[in-house]
Design a protein around this ligand. Sequence first.
Ligand code: NCD
Length: 336
Amino acid sequence: MTSIPSAIATPPWTRRHVISLADFTSAEYNTILQTALSFQEVLSRRTKKVPALQGQVITNLFFEPSTRTRSSFELAAKRLSADTLNFAPGNSSLTKGETILDTAKTYLAMGTNLMVIRHRQAGVPSMIAQEMDRLNTGVGVLNAGDGLHEHPSQALLDLFTLCMTLNPEEPRLELLDSHKIAIVGDILHSRVARSNIWSLLASGAEVHLAAPSTLLPTLFEVYGRDRPGKLVLHHELTPALENADFVMTLRLQQERMTQNLLPSLREYHRQFGITRDRLHICKPQVKLLHPGPTNRGVEVTSDLMDDPEISLVSRQVTSGVAVRMALLYLMGTGEE
Ligand code: NCD
């Protein structure tokens, strides 16, 4: 097993839970970026494991389906030498009527130190965090996606990917200052977009949201108030893409749509789908991001997704492990 790089031995960190990025400070973003960089270096070694969280128990409580987020957290915990428990609702006591809180307390009684929680309802990770604090457990809660609310670890790995593209030696929040980032797609249903809006605006970037008005209500304007960056809403694609440095596309979340918000997927693609031709009005070095899973041919064409010159999608997934290691490490070794 390799040693922990000295650069990450004692980073400043006081946050017990990570539920939302709305109140994250620049210092916190930069601590995560620096720590993730060190872990990325660990992951490039032959022995990709460090003893940082040996003896700690990290429990993945995913009440909603997930491929990359759950696997990425599990691998991150294992690379830190923690013991991991994975909860799957389908074959759990939830089917016998057990409440979410009792499920969390069961894992607490087994010695869980950190809980990574995903739930289709907004507020569940926060509710469990409050209960953990009320009981004075010292257990940290990490929100892995709650309803339409937030998905902080996804936005942090997006941030790391963006900053690494600009400066792989020293990824810092300020690198994104004044860069134009277009977020295109189903913003209304996207917790990824909400968390990304906070982190990108904190960097001083210009964030341009683009979607049909049914998927981008004007109430999103409030997110831009009193933040270092600028937030602009568009109900057509072209002005969002013009001179953009980065384009982030989002999945149309058909399972979360309660009404018929679009004429058809074909019509959506015609108006908002990201194609090679449409990227010509962006900066020449434009890069494309997508948190996945993707509806290929709907929000983005397949050839773009797979083009290594343009697409950062695989890098997002790879970065996810280092960034989640950073989060678990900081939360797991922070203040008692
Ligand atoms: C996202 C999610 O679950 O919020 N995916 C992810 O975690 N990478 C986005 C989505 O479901 O479209």
